[in-house]
Design a protein around this ligand. Structure first.
Ligand SMILES: Cc1cc2nc3c(=O)[nH]c(=O)nc-3n(C[C@H](O)[C@H](O)[C@H](O)COP(=O)(O)OP(=O)(O)OC[C@H]3O[C@@H](n4cnc5c(N)ncnc54)[C@H](O)[C@@H]3O)c2cc1C
Length: 296
């Protein structure tokens, strides 16, 4: 598709979330294509990649300005980020900066400034790429995704969202409304590290999102998520179990490496090799383990 095809697309805006849910539900039920447009940074690439415009053309529904999808809320325990909040807005929000610095830091690493000014978590989660930075950060925070359709609303835990490469448990008629998580205790250790060919505009070779809470040197909350090392974001079950077991000072570095290796299945592709990804994953996890008090 080229830019000259753009005028052929019909663009729609819904007045309310309820109207949006009904519109999408009706179109999906009638097998009529519909595409939500938030920042457009994935959608436009997807449409542009096709050799010719889809037939029939989807109705494009712009959700970027919908108030119901644009709030950041904080009740003293939980943070809720609207699906259409941009990465730039996340970086600049005081509650996110103070109580979820992992999100603020991740948002600074997504693409470059133009992508950050338009891109949203809703779009990141809907595309559900194994390289998605937002998915990894939200998985480490054990977030829930609030989705809504004309049939009702439900919460999908991040651990249950992705089912395969760019596949998710979200039904086509379900709109992502917001993402919610319990904010880590103030000053909890966290790490966001993205390894790629250059800082801006590059999809990661490997990225680690990590957050923990400690009490008396023991891990009481731990979220780890690695992007780009498996068909879905890797949640590192064995590694988390090992780090949560107790005596961090006695943790064996080789056992930690082995746990990481058993948790991921990186591949060779044009961005990197399996061996390099494996190496990076182990180095990043060891780095966070040291932040927690391990001598590895
Ligand atoms: C140059 C470039 C660099 C990039 N760099 C990165 C990067 O570093 N890290 C990274 O993770 N990603 C990156 N991306 C991918 C993209 O920017 C992100 O995935 C972004 O979060 C997508 O959000 P969006 O609002 O632009 O989504 P859109 O393109 O508007 O939508 C993407 C898909 O999600 C659907 N959708 C959008 N919102 C909702 C909703 N609320 N409910 C249900 N479905 C919805 C749309 O219909 C569409 O199918 C990059 C993209 C480009 C072009």
């Amino acid at each position: 598709m080229s830019l000259v095809d753009l005028p052929r697309y019909q663009l729609h805006r819904a007045a309310t979330l309820e109207e949006l849910c009904q519109l999408v539900y009706d179109r999906v039920s009638n097998s009529e294509p519909v595409a939500l447009l938030a920042g457009g940074t994935d959608l436009m690439v997807e449409l542009g990649r096709a050799a010719s415009p889809p037939d029939p053309l989807p109705l494009v529904v712009d959700i970027s300005c919908m108030d119901e999808l644009r709030a950041i809320e904080w009740d003293g325990t939980r943070i809720s980020i609207g699906a259409a909040v941009t990465y730039l807005e996340m970086q600049r929000h005081p509650v996110i900066a103070e109580r979820a610095p992992l999100i603020a830091r991740m948002a600074r690493d997504v693409g470059g400034p133009t992508i950050q000014a338009r891109g949203t978590l809703g779009g990141n989660l809907a595309t559900a790429s194994p390289a998605a930075d937002g998915v990894a950060a939200l998985a480490a925070l054990d977030a829930n995704v609030l989705v809504r359709s004309a049939r009702g609303a439900r919460r999908i835990p991040m651990a249950k969202l992705q089912t395969g490469y760019k596949q998710s448990t979200r039904a086509p008629e379900e709109i992502i409304v917001a993402i919610e998580f319990v904010a880590p205790a103030p000053d909890s250790p966290w790490l966001w590290r993205k390894i790629g060919p250059r800082l801006a505009q590059a999809i990661s070779k490997v990225a680690l999102a990590a957050v923990a809470e400690l009490e008396g040197g023991k891990v009481t909350r731990l979220g780890l998520a690695l992007a780009s090392v498996a068909p879905v974001t890797a949640l590192l079950d064995h590694t988390r179990a090992l780090l949560s077991r107790g005596d961090l000072a006695a943790l064996d570095g080789q056992a930690l490496d082995d746990a990481v290796e058993s948790d991921i299945s990186p591949i060779d592709d044009l961005r990197s090799t399996r061996a390099y990804r494996l190496h990076c994953a182990k180095v990043l996890v060891r780095s966070f383990a040291r932040d927690l008090g391990a001598s590895v």
